[in-house]
Design a protein around this ligand. Sequence first.
Ligand SMILES: Nc1nc2c(ncn2[C@@H]2O[C@H](COP(=O)(O)OP(=O)(O)OP(=O)(O)O)[C@@H](O)[C@H]2O)c(=O)[nH]1
Ligand SMILES: [K+]
Ligand SMILES: [Mg+2]
Length: 367
Amino acid sequence: MGVLEKIEEIEKEMSRTQKNKATEYHLGQLKAKLAKYRAQLLEPEKKGAKGEGFDVLKSGDARVCLIGFPSVGKSTLLSKTTKTESVTGAYEFTTLTAIPGVLEYEGARIQLLDLPGIVQDAAKGRGRGRQVVAVAKTADLIILMIDATKSAEQKRQLETELEAVGIRLNARRPDVVFKPKSAGGVTVTITVKLTKTDERTIKSILQTYRIHNCDVVVREDITTDEFIDVLLGTRQYIPALTVINKIDGVSMETLDKMAREGDGKTVMISCEMDLGLDWLLERIWQELGLVKVYTKKRGEIPDLSDPICLRQGATIETVCHGIHRSLASQFKYALVWGKSSKFNPQPQKVGLTHLVQDEDVVSIITK
Ligand SMILES: Nc1nc2c(ncn2[C@@H]2O[C@H](COP(=O)(O)OP(=O)(O)OP(=O)(O)O)[C@@H](O)[C@H]2O)c(=O)[nH]1
Ligand SMILES: [K+]
Ligand SMILES: [Mg+2]
């Protein structure tokens, strides 16, 4: 039996099994098996099959990937918001490879990646889906692009495809510690009341994976699935925005309904009529959580025209690298003004490991 059939078999058994306290353990074991087969499915094919994903260099301050079914307007969006032209067409599968463009916003250079449309079961290898979802894994932000004039199911279907390859959208890594050891058996420490899984299920899952020595600390009321996620360690937690395009093609009523159903992570646009594109750029910037820092030469006013754009968690050392490659080696100390200064609005004298914050002004003093 192939892996796909095995998966199907388990899925069938799971749907046959009623969900209640008595079957919780059995369902947990089925889930563990399911996850194991899915992981096998994701392993690169043995021979011939060329590298996962498309060959595009990651460039700029962050990468945003456009994921959607064919002809929802991905290439149109890229062409409208960047200097890159990606061929668009009224037929499906116009785009057959990854086309990078650059969004310039608030001093940041954000790579926007136009990708081929995916089809259902893309994750199982249909179409170019496997390559597309492999690229999605490299994204700092995923845009789920949907067509307002088509089925309301699109979002859920896209999420399913991404979930099948281990991408968890807008989710936080569960608060569980898993430490494999070479001896000493299994210790499970649970610091909260578990209502969705239990210690027995957790231990049986460890057994299924033949893990006989490890420390597990559960600090959150997790589900069985979440425990498997942590165990496999292959999950990626990526922020996402849902972009509903072609709102020019639906009635006011439909639009209103979509607006009410959308969460805080939904943006409605029309590429054709140039509606909502500025707001979309702002939302992308916000979701990426980039940090912008201004530099100031000694005795001069800060250069507000040319900020340095950094990721959250950036330090003075990252700022140095952003100015000049060899600057960190000549570094003596830095002065920072702004939110990260202990004495704000007065400056603070800091070293290379100091964490900067959005809109800080930094002066680097060299030896
Ligand atoms: N009415 C309307 N049509 C749009 C809008 N945006 C794009 N289109 C049209 O939708 C069609 C598909 O656009 P593409 O940009 O090629 O779509 P895609 O998602 O890149 O498609 P594939 O590459 O085939 O997956 C084209 O005919 C576009 O002109 C919009 O906001 N409103
Ligand atoms: K198209
Ligand atoms: Mg396209």
